[in-house]
Design a binder for this molecule. Sequence first.
Ligand SMILES: [Zn+2]
Length: 299
Amino acid sequence: MIEADLLRRFLFESAPLRGHWVRLSRAWIEAREHQHLPAPALALLGESLAAVALFSASLKFKGTLTLQLEGSSGPVSMLVAQATDERTLRGVAHVAEGATGGEAFAELVVGGRLVVSVEQGGGVTAWQGIVPLDGQSLAQCLERYFAVSEQLPTMIVLAANAEGAAGLLLQKLPTPESQGEGAAAAVQDVWEEATALLGTLGGDELLATEPAELLRRLFGSHDLRLFDGEPVRFACRCSRERVASMLRGLGAAEVDSIIAEQGAVTVTCEFCQRPYRFDGVDAQRLFAQGCRPARAVRL
Ligand SMILES: [Zn+2]
């Protein structure tokens, strides 16, 4: 059994290069169980969850990191993957009805944009970065995001199938100016060598290899430090309270009309398929508590 549902950090001892490795097994199976998607779209969701797990390693405060593909006119019309500072993951994707297409990223996602955002407690967006979805892979779009939004040279390899999802991220941190130009050039050499090696890593090898062995194979000529793993798991953060807040946003008239027609309002969470039912009495209570201003709420 390969180490799974773990996020592990590593760094080069002799150069300012750092990385993260993640392998999802149960977390991925639990997340995808609630999504009914054709295999190519499912693999893209798996890659997206591996990616947000990798990025969550850099979350320095309590918050949620969201990766969103939007505005695509390809078969995958929308995709959201989220990770929290507590290393919980969840994701959802929509495939356009009757859509047919190839398996390649550029055939699944046509046009649109990639939005990476971090939300602190209370729904406050701490930062947001947007890049066009015009790469040949999700990893390539994300590399561009890091180059544009964070000005950090970054290389990412992602892979997913029905049983697992995995990711490896390598980043070059700035070389302190005090170390001089010679040091920066030496670091650049190490970076170029490391990224060339990482370019040889295929998805199957990434999915099937223990992290220590994988890093030895790729960067064996360098001293590396691999840190202990942090557990990653699937968990949804939907709640009756969040649904109530969304219904308040809809307004009493809209909610009352649905109840008049159907007897109750049932909202099903897209991420975990849990249903939340509000009948007439619940609705009265909802709006008696004072109507808060409408605002978009993701359950
Ligand atoms: Zn949920």
